[in-house]
Design a protein around this ligand. Structure first.
Ligand code: CA
Length: 230
């Protein structure tokens, strides 16, 4: 999942980037309101963390521009202010959640995961696809109840697919939501990574290739009967 972080305090921005990347997100950072308004209106993100007090254009105006551009992804507002009127203005401008500085970095991660889960329409903190489970809060996969070991890139791809089950996802869409700006691999790399994920899942019906279109995660794929060992 790809997150846009907008924060003019460069130290805090770097801390947010580190914390979110460690949590398995891809992160783009902007330090002023104009750059943020442009990035959010033109790039594909899954969520944003937005400071209110920004140079060039304030955070609420940035948020309004994103919403006017039709961007629906959830936005977590960060602010040093703790006045009710500011909070109300934030929600009216289309914010989904609110965090007052100073905050604990882990709380940003938790709130982002909760927002992303709500967007995917699940009330559950564990997303399921047949024998595969993704614990959104912990950021961990299990297959048949056992921990599934994935590389960082494989994890990002599978997490995005688990949030968008039963829909054909094009290679371009997956790349846009899994890689930070300017880091898109060629589509061949994505195919290789998805091939590796499928081998680790060991169940072709879970992650289906739609020829000429992309890939589909099947949340209702039935688990095959457990293999008996002799
Ligand atoms: Ca600020």
């Amino acid at each position: 999942m790809r997150i846009l972080v907008v924060e003019d305090d460069k130290t805090l921005a770097a801390q947010l980037r580190d914390a979110l990347e460690r949590a398995g997100f891809s992160v783009d950072v902007e330090h002023d309101g104009q750059a943020a308004a442009f990035a959010g209106s033109t790039e594909q993100y899954d969520a944003a963390v937005l400071d209110l007090g920004l140079p060039l254009l304030d955070g609420l105006s940035v948020l309004r521009e994103w919403r006017e551009a039709g961007q629906q992804w959830p936005v977590l507002i960060l602010t040093a202010r703790n006045r009710w009127s500011d909070k109300l203005a934030g929600f009216n401008a289309g914010a989904d959640d609110y965090l007052t500085k100073p905050f604990i970095l882990d709380e940003v991660v938790l709130r982002l995961r909760a927002m992303l889960r709500r967007v995917s329409g699940s009330a559950n903190t564990v997303l399921e696809a047949g024998p595969l489970e993704y614990d959104v809060t912990a950021g961990r996969f299990r297959l048949h109840g056992q921990p599934l070991t994935l590389t960082a890139q494989e994890h990002k791809i599978l997490a995005y697919m688990m949030h968008h089950p039963n829909r054909v996802l094009s290679r371009a869409e997956i790349s846009e939501h899994v890689y930070a700006r300017d880091l898109d691999p060629d589509s061949n790399t994505l195919d290789v990574l998805i091939g590796r994920i499928r081998r680790k899942l060991g169940q072709p019906q879970l992650l289906v290739t739609e020829r000429g279109q992309g890939f589909r995660m099947c949340s209702d794929a039935a688990a095959p009967p457990a293999r008996t060992t002799q």
